[in-house]
Design a protein around this ligand. Structure first.
Ligand code: CO
Length: 166
């Protein structure tokens, strides 16, 4: 298990790079990401959240082994629908906000086996894909919270940020 990078630490705004080769090191990063996600009861994690700026994500919406997705270089090919969903992030502890986003996505990427896949997702998985891919571009869900709600979460964000800058 690795330490999670918390809101206020500059790493979270870095742009992650594509993974060129699936080396042993890349597999180890996946293992660490899975451990870290499960230990913190998360449904998803991007490598940047453990301080590694590579386009890698893990998602598990149920906690069951069969539902684990480990993907490299994911790209969203299309979006459809729209749904409001309460979102949180392991890097922003204690902050949860309802956010409107597309309901379904078609994602293309590479599994840790090296297999290229295209998958359609909805529900929590579609939400997690969007959230984790945002992380790879240095974006956080709180960036998308409407201004009238930002006023409410700002004090919490400020407190989290202050703890990071010592
Ligand atoms: Co997150």
């Amino acid at each position: 298990m690795r330490k999670i990078v918390i809101y206020g630490e500059p790493d979270l705004r870095d742009i992650s790079e594509e993974v060129k080769n699936i080396t042993g090191k890349v597999q180890k990063i996946f293992d660490d990401m899975i451990d870290t996600m499960y230990s913190n009861s998360g449904v998803g994690l991007s490598a940047i959240q453990i301080g590694i700026p590579l386009r890698m994500l893990v998602i598990n919406s149920t906690g069951e082994k069969k539902d684990l997705i480990c993907m490299l270089n994911p790209v969203i090919l299309s979006f459809s629908g729209s749904v409001v969903f309460r979102e949180g992030c392991l890097s922003i502890p204690g902050v949860f906000e309802k956010l409107k986003r597309p309901e379904r996505v078609v994602v293309e990427g590479i599994l840790r086996s090296g297999k290229k896949v295209r998958m359609e997702a909805d529900g929590i998985v579609a939400r997690a894909f969007q959230h984790e891919i945002d992380h790879m571009d240095g974006k956080l869900f709180v960036d998308f919270v409407p201004v009238y709600r930002k006023i409410f979460i700002f004090p919490k964000l400020y407190r989290i940020k202050k703890k990071q800058i010592k």
